[in-house]
Ligand binder design. Structure first.
Ligand code: SAH
Length: 247
């Protein structure tokens, strides 16, 4: 997913900021950097030092003459804006953007462009109108504009969090971390009740909501399949021990 996300910087004027963006991207696992008509040199002492070891992104960065060029192959373009504009456009938060990314990045040909503006004047209305949606980092209304690299950092972090969540749920599905199903839990509750009766802890004639309370306890902890197996193993061992003690 992360390899399908492109950071597009329009008309950047400080090499240090481009370096800072490269660092923020590499920290978060993004690598596709596109520069539209930069107003400064890209590879300088300043940009290399601010990149702090992520300068390979500066060397790989593609320079384009226009925004159209930079996003021509993209299936979704989102413009980052510090201010609200006269013509309202679909406006999302970085987190809402990130939630959309797994599905937006699904098709093989998917490319998502996140477009950032100039340090002094941001994105023009014409540029913003070339984007499907706008993303705004909810800042102090009296001081809303972040440094360019800081804005990229916040949005790249949300992208990474969405990617990590996707990775976690994929591994949970295929490993021991999978949650027990309803049927597995029901089998466990039956086994538990049988065992508690056998060891005379539970008297079905005087239930006192014991099984309901135990259900509430187990359901609250969302047991995994593997944990359910351990618990059932304990019940079987308990039954066996109780059997052996019968006179
Ligand atoms: N002075 C400019 C802002 C420049 S900051 C203005 O008033 O528009 C450089 C870029 O960082 C912006 O174009 C935008 O892409 C991004 N940015 C800064 N603050 C942001 C915020 N609060 N939300 C979203 N993007 C932001």
């Amino acid at each position: 997913m992360l390899e399908r996300i492109r950071i597009v910087l329009i008309g950047t004027s400080h090499p240090g900021n481009i370096g800072g963006v490269a660092r923020a991207m590499h920290n978060m696992g993004l690598a596709d950097l596109a520069l539209v008509a930069p107003r400064c040199e890209v590879i300088t002492q300043d940009s290399i030092s601010r990149a702090s070891g992520a300068d390979h992104l500066l060397h790989q960065a593609k320079v384009h003459a226009s925004l159209e060029d930079a996003v021509a192959d993209c299936t979704l373009a989102v413009g980052a804006s510090a201010r609200s504009r006269t013509l309202p456009w679909p406006m999302i938060s970085p987190r809402e953007l990130a939630e959309r990314l797994p599905s937006e990045c699904q098709p093989d040909n998917a490319r998502v462009a996140l477009v950032f503006g100039r340090e002094d004047s941001g994105l023009t209305n014409a540029e913003l109108q070339r984007c499907h949606a706008h993303v705004h980092i909810p800042t102090n209304a009296d001081f809303s504009s972040l440094n360019l690299a800081a804005a990229v950092q916040v949005i790249a972090y949300e992208c990474r969090m969405a990617w990590l969540t996707q990775q976690d749920s994929a591994t949970a599905e295929e490993t021991d971390d999978a949650l027990a199903t309803h049927a597995e839990l029901e089998r466990y509750f039956e086994h538990l009740e049988r065992t508690l009766i056998a060891i005379e802890f539970h008297d079905p004639a005087q239930p006192r909501q014991l099984m309901a309370r135990l259900r509430r306890l187990y359901l609250r902890s969302r047991p995994e399949k593997m944990e359910m197996n351990i618990l059932r193993g304990i019940l079987s061992a308990t039954e066996k021990a109780a059997d052996q003690r019968q006179p």
